[in-house]
Design a protein around this ligand. Structure first.
Ligand SMILES: [Zn+2]
Ligand SMILES: [Zn+2]
Length: 341
């Protein structure tokens, strides 16, 4: 990327499509179905794995930093549910990767000489230590490059300790089989990125793998997928909670209108019917519990508003009765007494 292009990308990222009245290069809005939603959320595997051994080529959907900036500012005011799309996209991608890992494992099981459970466990130990060394080495180098000398030195010491442990584990593994077998390269599949790792890989090679763009890219994608799933769960919970609140408000509103009813005995039986209907409909125990809580709350509300309702009912009845029987003597007193009895 030239300096000019870099500057342009930075401005896009900052300002979105509206900058200087220019439109974005694709002439689309970020809501356009052609736009990559994973890109808007910064997690498209086509970007993350670019220039690695598993480069996926260009994404079939549109990527534009200015559209991402538009989306980010719009998403602060409205939920577009793009995380759901991105989650699906990443899940499919990871499923495909895991399928490849399983396939590679099967192939290894077919081609590599089978080991006894005891030897296999020793080999596994060597692999695990090699993995830790590779990771720590990559970390030590990263810390060093960032100028964090103290942390880097500490990590180097850990690497030295792991190397000693690995030498012991290797010796144990070597002693458990004839020399000719030991010479054979034993491969294993990386569970994160499905690449092959060898038991005779040196530390440099391991560090290159565990600190490399491919392996780290897969970690980033897997982490993002976890984060999206968590967000989705939280949103589902919020949605259910909001629905409960809404139901509660509706119920108390219905309750108020019932209390205004002229025939109280009828409304009570109506309520019983309605409640049993609810009970049949509600699917979870949680919901039934909430109903019980609401009913007891309703009872206390009843006593609080009862007086007010009585006054209102009296007032409206007497007024309508006055209008209907403007010539005859008012009978509303009797009606109200009946109602309360
Ligand atoms: Zn994409
Ligand atoms: Zn890996």
């Amino acid at each position: 990327m030239s300096a000019h292009e870099q500057m342009r990308a930075m401005l896009d990222q900052l300002m979105g499509t509206g900058r200087d009245g220019e439109n974005n290069k694709f002439k689309v809005h970020f809501t356009d179905p052609r736009v990559c939603k994973s890109f808007l959320l910064g997690c498209c595997p086509h970007d993350i794995l670019a220039a690695t051994r598993m480069d996926l080529g260009e994404c079939p959907k549109l990527h534009d930093l200015a559209l991402r900036a538009d989306y980010e500012s719009a998403a602060q005011k409205k939920d577009y549910f793009y995380d759901v799309d991105a989650m699906e996209h990443l899940q499919n991608f990871i499923n495909e990767c895991d399928r490849r890992t399983e396939q590679a494992k099967r192939r290894l099981a077919e081609t590599q000489e089978e080991l006894s459970a005891e030897v296999a466990a020793k080999l596994q130990r060597v692999h695990e230590l090699a993995e830790q060394i590779g990771k720590q080495l990559a970390l030590a180098e990263k810390l060093g490059a960032e100028g964090n000398v103290e942390e880097s030195m500490k990590t180097w010491e850990e690497v030295e300790e792991l190397r000693k442990q690995k030498a012991v584990a290797e010796q144990e593994y070597r002693n458990s089989m004839p020399a000719s077998s030991y010479q054979q390269q034993k491969l294993r599949v990386c569970e994160v990125c499905s690449a092959y790792l060898g038991i005779h890989d040196n530390d440099r090679r391991l560090a290159d793998h565990f600190g490399g763009k491919l392996h780290l890219g897969f970690i980033a994608i897997r982490d993002k997928l976890k984060e999206l799933k968590k967000g989705r769960l939280e949103r589902d919970r919020d949605y259910l909670r909001a629905r409960e609140e809404r139901n509660k408000t509706d119920r108390s509103r219905r309750h108020r209108s019932r209390s205004n009813s002229r025939h109280r005995h009828r409304s009570r039986s109506d309520e019983r019917k309605r409640r049993s209907k609810h009970r049949r409909r509600s699917s979870s125990r949680e919901r039934r519990r909430t109903h019980r809580r609401d009913r007891s709350k309703d009872r206390s509300d009843k006593t609080k508003v009862a007086d007010l309702i009585k006054i209102l009912v009296c007032h409206f009845r007497s007024r309508s009765a006055e209008r209907r029987h403007s010539h005859s003597a008012p009978s509303n007193d009797k009606e109200v007494t009946n109602h309360e009895g």
